[in-house]
Design a protein around this ligand. Structure first.
Ligand code: NDP
Ligand code: OXD
Length: 313
């Protein structure tokens, strides 16, 4: 039996889609009458404190999101039950769309020409070619690796930084804490697609911004954060955007979401804010992913995209 425990998303729609795909497989939600001993899978997003209570026969926790940082802090998360996170083509492609849109926007100086237009000015500035710009991607996992490949196809120089060494065709790989500085020093546009863990928390800070390359983009380097708000020090970003340490920032995620109305980031022209919409686990594609996970596992196949509890992602 599958228990749905989804908050802040359309649980009814997910239930409907999963029921269609899983046929006779029993699916219940929190308000239904059921025996908790019969639950083999729980599908969660922002689970309540009591979500996992008395689930004695749980085979797996299915997490609606790709990032499991919040789930891993749940006080009653069963420690010996595997967690399957969302990693699927649709999410990956949407994330790469977001990254490409923001990289090309900063590269081609969208706001400069927009301002010129508003002021009816004919300012013939020629942006550098893509092959002179180095995009550095922090996190070369499911999302980062795809974004790296797509940017490479567009002609950018692409570097990546991960925990373990990677070998991706055409991408220069850096790894581990020792190679963070050389990686940053070669980066004009920094993209963050790391998971939020104690090691990566606060990595987007003023000290690291000063290490980015300042040679190519006329207004200074740009950062793009589509991972988690906990990666960024928002006061540092504000300061860096004001004093020119950063030329621009695209932020999809924030320490507090929704971003509080009194945040100084809202009013900065060189800060591009989106409300955590870079990529979403949609019921259209997500239901078939999770239905497949359950069907395959019930048929004796291994679970996929498991969270490594030691690494925290
Ligand atoms: P993965 O787990 O597939 O990839 C994580 C990558 O980060 C890996 O390459 C890993 O290295 C690297 N990494 C982890 N810790 C470190 C470290 N300490 N130092 C250097 N590199 C490190 O994650 P995904 O690509 O699927 O997702 C990334 C994040 O994107 C999610 O955790 C989530 O927070 C965010 N996200 C945001 C969305 C949005 O709408 N804004 C939507 C979906 C996800 P290694 O390969 O060596 O393990
Ligand atoms: C995720 C997210 O982690 O939507 O999937 O942020």
């Amino acid at each position: 039996m599958l228990l749905l425990h989804l908050q802040e998303v359309d649980e009814k729609l997910w239930a409907k889609r999963l029921k269609k795909l899983l046929g006779n497989y029993k699916i219940v939600t929190r308000d239904d009458d059921f025996n908790r001993d019969d639950i083999r899978y729980i599908f969660v997003w922002k689970p309540e404190k009591s979500a996992f209570d008395a689930l004695n026969n749980l085979k797996a926790v299915l997490c609606l999101g790709a990032g499991v940082d919040a789930l891993l802090t749940h006080p009653h998360l069963p420690q010996s039950v595997p967690i399957v996170r969302y990693a699927n083509d649709d999410l990956t492609r949407c994330m790469s769309d977001y990254v490409i849109a923001n990289v090309t926007m900063h590269h081609r100086e969208f706001s400069r020409f927009r301002d010129d237009q508003i002021n009816r000015e004919w300012g013939q500035y020629y942006p550098p070619p893509s092959w002179d710009i180095s995009v550095g991607i922090m996190g070369l996992g499911v999302l980062g690796a795809d974004a790296a490949r797509q940017l490479k196809i567009l002609g950018y120089q692409v570097n990546g930084w991960s925990r373990s060494p990677k070998n991706i065709d055409g991408i220069t790989g850096f790894f581990g804490p020792d190679q963070l500085n050389p990686f940053l020093e070669q980066t004009d546009i920094l993209v963050n697609l790391l998971p939020l863990t104690p090691e990566t928390s606060g990595i987007l800070n003023y000290g690291n911004f000063t290490k980015l390359r300042r040679r190519i983009l006329p207004n200074g380097p740009a950062i793009i954060n589509a991972a988690r708000g906990g990666h960024q020090n928002e006061m540092d970003i504000e300061k860096a955007l004001k004093d020119g340490t950063l030329g621009a920032a695209s932020l999809d995620v924030f320490n507090i979401e929704p971003l509080p109305k009194n945040s100084g980031l809202w009013q900065l022209k060189n800060c591009y804010i989106t409300p955590h919409i870079a990529a979403i686990s949609s019921p259209e594609n997500g239901a078939s992913y999770f239905a497949r996970v359950i069907r395959d596992h019930e048929n004796g196949l291994d679970l996929i995209n498991l969270v490594d509890m030691d690494c925290g992602y």
